[in-house]
Design a protein around this ligand. Structure first.
Ligand code: ATP
Length: 241
């Protein structure tokens, strides 16, 4: 993996996406300070000065776009494993957040671009923001931070290395076998299992039911009055009912 550290940038995802055509190997871009981080649907991702780990990893996958639907969940498992191994127990919220005590500890944003040099391949850019400490930019109500849980947040390099290791181990498995090998573990980390939830599309309630984990492709299973349905990630959002 080519490793790049930048002092400050708007968004590491945007930077890597703009350059994928020139990349020849997996590339990590780690921003010491990220000023315009993004979540899904253009929502902002804030980073406290000196209190955040913000990076993106560009990785080439020889997979069709439709095979990527479970990727953000597999990334969640890869990160949750590494955090748990270092004493930070987290839960996963479908499809792309890591929670601690119901609040966000980390967010994941995945963006893709076709590989112009190789038919059938595409670049995924996996952006991760992990709150190490709250800092000023981050209202305490927004999220949780590793430091709140009594874990040392000072060692940013160690956290970076751990999360990168997790991603580098997961991605080849995902490329070969998809989300299926991660589904059971994802369900073990599920923050909403058995909860009454709403599935929202731009603020409108699309579905209501009891969350029942994810299937082997990463779809959210929901037990509704009309029976069990499976929901693709797309742009819908999950909320407690
Ligand atoms: P969804 O459930 O659809 O993913 P979301 O509200 O979780 O919706 P995301 O795009 O995943 O949206 O993340 C962006 C949101 O995360 C922001 O709108 C803000 O509320 C919250 N947020 C931004 N920065 C942080 C942070 N550092 N820590 C915790 N939460 C944050």
């Amino acid at each position: 993996v080519a490793f790049e550290i930048v002092a400050e940038t708007g968004s590491t995802n945007a930077d890597l996406l703009a350059r994928v055509a020139t990349l020849t190997q997996p590339t990590l871009c780690w921003a010491q300070r990220q000023t315009a981080g993004r979540g899904r649907a253009g929502r902002p991702w804030l980073a406290a000065d000196n209190g955040a780990l913000t990076f993106s990893l560009a990785w080439k996958l020889r997979l069709p776009p439709q095979a990527l639907s479970g990727l953000s969940l597999a990334v969640g498992v890869a990160l949750a494993r590494q955090l748990a191994a270092r004493g930070v127990m987290v839960q996963l919220k479908w499809p792309n957040d890591l929670l601690r005590d119901g609040a966000k500890l980390a967010g994941i944003l995945i963006e893709t671009a076709a590989d112009k040099n190789e038919r059938g391949a595409l670049w995924v850019v996996i952006g991760v923001g992990l709150n190490l400490a709250q800092g000023d930019a981050l209202g305490a109500q927004l999220g949780r931070a590793v430091a709140d849980i009594g874990q040392p947040q000072a060692d940013r390099e160690a956290w970076m290395a751990a999360l990168l290791t997790g991603l580098c181990e997961m991605l080849p498995v995902f490329e070969r076998e998809g989300f299926a090998p991660f589904a059971q573990e994802w369900n073990g980390f599920d923050a909403y299992a058995g909860c009454e939830v709403n599935i929202l599309d731009r603020g409108e309630v699309l579905h209501h039911g009891r969350a029942a984990g994810v299937d082997e492709t990463g779809r959210l299973l929901l037990d509704t009055e009309a029976g069990r349905i499976a929901i693709m990630a797309g742009d819908v959002s999950l909320r407690m009912a």
